[in-house]
Design a binder for this molecule. Structure first.
Ligand code: CA
Length: 235
């Protein structure tokens, strides 16, 4: 057998769903742990190392929004939010919690397992030195370096930890240096949302997070610029 089993944390208060997930994950070769409420889920997520977290939104004690947000402050473990209703997705996306993926209940277990697999794979590609792409690409903008093969960003020689969306947004702007993108364009091209589906403030929030990570002084950016009433660009 290669390596150890991947371990998944299930945070879900409905016992039958949690157990159904656990059963299917173990059938698929994963280890798992279950937390039946938010606080316990957060504690486990922070104290132990999981390869992925399946997170319900409506949870006792601490809801999934808050759990996700607090995990993200400390860790980049992939998080798939499992939400009960389609309309919650709008809210989730608008909040830009830093989750990696979303699945709506009722879900097909096949789809869920496929998402689990691809999110774990992507995360391990981001951590370990990347798989050998045929077209390794490094983008340099002064002290900023984006290594597309390793999904690594360094600024002034220091590695910067970005969420998936922060990374993708930065990469998109950097690949089109100088070009101004409207929020709408960015939502479509980076988030993949069609028109009304996304909340444009998602873009602003992600930009401001990127600035706080990249810029020495966020109010006087050296990389990420705002073109008044037009959008954003990298110079
Ligand atoms: Ca629930």
């Amino acid at each position: 057998m290669d390596n150890e089993k991947k371990k998944i944390l299930i945070v879900e208060d409905e016992k039958n769903i949690a157990q159904m997930l656990a059963f299917n994950l173990s059938q698929a070769g994963y280890d798992f742990d279950i937390a039946y409420e938010g606080e316990e889920g957060l504690k486990k997520a922070l104290d132990e190392d999981f390869d992925l977290i399946l997170l319900d939104i409506m949870l006792p004690k601490l809801d999934g929004f808050e759990v996700c947000r607090r995990i993200r402050v400390k860790k980049s473990t992939p998080i798939i939010i499992v939400t009960a209703r389609e309309e919650e997705i709008d809210k989730i996306l608008g909040l830009d919690l830093g989750a990696d993926d979303y699945v709506t209940k009722p879900f097909s277990i096949k789809v869920l397992l496929a998402r689990v697999k691809s999110n774990i794979r992507r995360a391990s590609n981001e951590l370990v030195n990347g798989t050998s792409g045929d077209n390794p690409e490094v983008i340099r903008i002064r002290d900023l370096m984006i290594d597309c093969e390793r999904y690594q960003v360094t600024n002034r020689g220091e590695q910067i930890m970005l969420t998936k969306k922060e990374y993708e947004l930065l990469l998109h702007l950097a690949r089109n240096k100088g070009k101004v993108f409207s929020r709408e364009q960015l939502l479509e091209e980076v988030w993949g949302y069609e028109g009304f589906y996304g909340d444009q403030s998602t873009v602003d929030v992600t930009i401001s997070r990127l600035r706080s990570k990249l810029e020495i002084d966020s109010s006087r950016p050296e990389y990420l610029f705002t073109k008044r009433s037009m959008g954003y660009y990298i110079k």
